[in-house]
Design a protein around this ligand. Structure first.
Ligand code: NDP
Ligand code: PYC
Length: 339
């Protein structure tokens, strides 16, 4: 999009816009702050499908009445290494924020700990969460089902969610090693952005309602998305359904979309976050072994390949220095949410 079709904003302006929109639509102050933090982080890190665009998705969800505007998360200390946070039907961000210190303390006490977020509405990227866990010096894994939009490899009917998996590893003196990707070929938000821009999608992202390959974004959204890596992505997506669904007493993606019942809200269900303290296995030698892991990263970058999150960290540096640019049509749609 030409620069003239973009609106320049500072990150403070992005945060103020997010707060104004969410407040205008009835979200309570604690949730406004927690949601705004992830929306700003997404825009700052140049993750178009999970930045300010998500405010449209979020307001759509608020309008359906399928999300609590003000539920306070309730923390259940279920076992020495397990914590469960009941989000009470609200967005996941505040539940994560409130549970994180408990998870981190349990991981440090036990070497490994897990947190289940239950009954939460999820529309966000997972990397802000794994980065927050890694900031405690821990290794992190996070995953959540979504809505049944994705066909299993070899099938044609939506069954899985876009089911992201995110992983974080602490690095001395550097941003953490973080990857965060959908187990579908691409996040649904990316296909929605193609539809908004009237652009075709690459082959391999989706099939139409008749099960035929399509490059039409709307047809793929109305048909089924495809997993990445064929049967491998399909098996990983199945695992996400299991460990962040029934294993923590929460919904599968098929159950989430049935609960939505055509309202068009964001996915509803659970999320599993695992935190591992390197000192658990290694004690006083943890730093020495974590330093040794750097050779793996050097081996990747040393041959000209890039690390996941490198693009995002570079985007972060640009945005912190210069602010961000939002496509004019999206900016106008966001302004209309203030009417
Ligand atoms: P992408 O395919 O854009 O990227 C996924 C990951 O791969 C990122 O960590 C990215 O790093 C990295 N990566 C991309 N290209 C390369 C490369 N050439 N070399 C090395 N690493 C690379 O993401 P998706 O479309 O699959 O997902 C986007 C977001 O959507 C995720 O943040 C995910 O959490 C979110 N999502 C959330 C869902 C939910 O239910 N809450 C559901 C589905 C998705 P970089 O960012 O630096 O490019
Ligand atoms: O882009 O697939 C997606 C998505 C689902 C929930 C949040 N993001």
């Amino acid at each position: 999009m030409p620069v003239s079709d973009m609106v320049a904003m500072t990150l403070d302006e992005v945060a103020a816009l997010s707060r104004a929109i969410l407040t205008r639509h009835g979200l309570s102050p604690d949730h406004v702050e927690a949601v705004t933090a992830t929306v700003v982080a997404g825009e700052r890190d140049e993750c178009a499908s999970h930045g300010v665009y998500r405010l449209l998705v979020c307001v759509n969800t608020l309008r359906t009445g399928k999300v609590s505007m003000d539920a306070a998360p309730v923390i259940h200390d279920v076992a020495p290494a397990l914590v469960r946070v009941d989000a009470g039907g609200a967005f996941a961000q505040l539940a994560f924020e409130r549970g994180l210190p408990v998870l981190a303390a349990k991981a440090k006490a036990n070497g490994i700990a897990a947190m289940a977020l239950n009954r939460c509405v999820h529309f966000a990227a997972l990397w802000p969460e794994v980065e927050a866990v890694v900031a405690h010096g821990l290794v992190a894994l996070a995953t959540t089902p979504s809505h049944a939009w994705v066909a299993p490899a070899g099938g044609v009917k939506p069954l899985f969610g876009t089911n992201p998996i995110a992983f974080g590893w602490p690095r001395p003196g550097a941003y953490p090693y973080v990857f965060d990707f959908a187990t579908s070929a691409v996040a649904r938000g990316e296909i929605e952005l193609h539809r908004r821009a009237g652009k075709p999608i690459p082959e391999g992202w989706g099939i139409d309602a008749d099960g035929q390959p399509t490059t039409d974004a709307a047809a793929a959204l109305g048909g089924a998305m495809l997993t990445f890596g064929g049967h491998k992505g399909s098996a990983l997506s199945t695992m996400v359904e299991l460990i962040a669904g029934p294993l923590i007493g929460d919904m599968t993606s098929a159950e989430s979309i049935a609960f939505d019942d055509g309202a068009g809200s964001s996915p509803y269900g659970g999320e599993l976050i695992v935190a591992i303290d390197p000192a658990g296995f290694l004690g006083a030698q943890a730093a020495e072994h974590i330093a040794r892991a750097e050779a793996v990263f050097d081996g990747i970058t040393g041959q000209g390949a890039r690390l996941p999150s490198q693009r995002r960290y570079e985007g972060r540096a640009r945005s912190l220095a210069n602010g961000v640019r939002v496509p004019r049509p999206l900016y106008d749609d966001l302004q209309r949410l203030l009417d």
